[in-house]
Design a protein around this ligand. Sequence first.
Ligand code: SME
Length: 165
Amino acid sequence: MAEAFNDKILPAEKAERYATVAQEIASVLAGEPNLTARMASVSSMLAASFEHFFWTGFYVVDPDKREELVVGPYQGTLGCLRIAFGRGVCGTAARERKTQIVEDVDAFEGHIACDSRSKSEIVVPVVDADGRLIAVFDVDAEVTGAFDGVDAQWLERILQDTFAG
Ligand code: SME
């Protein structure tokens, strides 16, 4: 197996970078209610904070369809346009409303390969202030094992503060 990314970055350094970007996101978005602007800015700022974030962005719940995600603001190569709830890592996060960490996408049954360079990923559900699921946030990396509990904790916190705060 390829060397896991977390062997090379200290959890404390990772947490420090998340803390910095969390503050920056809050300050940039203060007073901006537009959802697209908020999602686009979160994608851009998180992608710029970590070199290994290869695809960083949102799949939003399509209000016109039953249980279907449609691609939203993102940074990275072309992503799939639509993902049904329950399909792939994003669809699983949406259905279960639970963060998914996949250390090796090839070992995840039903993973949707939008780009074969993607080797590991994390997907976090995004809910609004009323507790409704509005999107999932997906980060893919070109290395296996890029994401752990530190990523989950910080991404959940940033998304909660930004979209349900
Ligand atoms: N990896 C995702 C698909 C979306 S992209 O990789 C951009 C999944 O299996 O849900």
